[in-house]
Design a protein around this ligand. Structure first.
Ligand SMILES: [Zn+2]
Ligand SMILES: [Zn+2]
Length: 267
């Protein structure tokens, strides 16, 4: 009998739970990514079906140190309620901080109350924290800094009033001697250029709201060791092999991948 394949536990790694965009897909989940920095694991974005993908991948309730939500498009936050209920039922014994745009906190609290989450056998110690540009958050061995993204300002065309409903963030994650930029959804090339200042061990970059050729131009020649492109539109996904070849040519010597769901990348 063949021995089961055991994946090595990588000291610093990204697991892509969902590389899809906002459209439904039979093969790609919505945005959800687990980062491991030594003993600290974080979930960045929680699109459907993040909770069952975590379960399938062998994660336990206690494994995640925190959750970061980049913005409130449902392909980034649609799986959060299921994840929170699952954490409460598991049960999880240590608090779970969730960092998200401020405007999302009151409705999330209301939904948790309406779902009687406080009456679970072991109520989840949940702390909902507003993300703020310029205030880095320390979680275990990782420091996470939120960067401003104009994604929702561009998409909402300034119709949402006071900027309250247009908060969107990218993230800079530093820990275990590594520096990682995670774009989440961007509003344009200026957002990307601001995010990739300084050397990076890994850049996780969305493509669906950007023109790929312009992305190669912004990234070429920068001190980035590895680039993972995610959140491709359906058209881009069909052409992913061509896009990957173009990117590899344009971005040499960076390592470039366009992973499927479930792929784990060491960095
Ligand atoms: Zn999205
Ligand atoms: Zn979005």
């Amino acid at each position: 009998m063949r021995a089961p394949v055991v994946q090595p536990r990588l000291a610093t790694s990204l697991t892509c739970l969902g590389v899809g965009d906002g459209l439904l897909s039979a093969t790609r989940g919505h945005a959800a990514f687990v980062y491991r920095f030594g003993g600290t694991q974080l979930l960045v974005d929680c699109g459907e079906p993040a909770a069952s993908s975590l379960c399938r991948g062998g994660w336990q309730a206690e494994d995640l140190a925190a959750v970061f939500i980049s913005h409130l498009h449902f392909d980034h936050v649609g799986g959060l309620l299921t994840l929170l209920q699952a954490q409460g039922l598991a049960p999880r014994h240590r608090p779970l901080p969730v960092y998200l745009p401020r405007v999302g906190i009151p409705p999330l609290r209301t939904l948790m109350q309406a779902g009687c989450m406080g009456s679970l056998p072991t109520p989840l110690a949940l702390s909902l924290e507003a993300l703020r540009v310029g205030r880095a958050v320390r979680v275990g061995e990782v420091t996470v800094a939120a960067r401003h993204s104009t994604h929702l300002e561009v998409m909402c065309g300034g119709t949402s009033g006071n900027g309250r409903f247009t908060e969107a963030f990218s993230f800079l994650l530093e820990g275990a001697g590594r520096r990682v930029a995670h774009s989440a959804d961007l509003g344009g090339m200026e957002d990307l250029a601001g995010l990739v200042e300084g050397p990076l061990d890994l850049l996780v970059c969305e493509l669906s709201h950007l023109e790929p050729a312009a992305v190669w131009k912004v990234l070429a020649g920068r001190p980035i060791r590895r680039v993972v492109f995610v959140h491709l539109s359906a058209t881009q996904w069909r052409a992913r092999r061509v896009l990957r070849s173009e990117a590899r040519r344009a971005l040499r010597p960076m390592r470039v991948e366009i992973p499927e769901d479930g792929v784990r990348v060491a960095f």
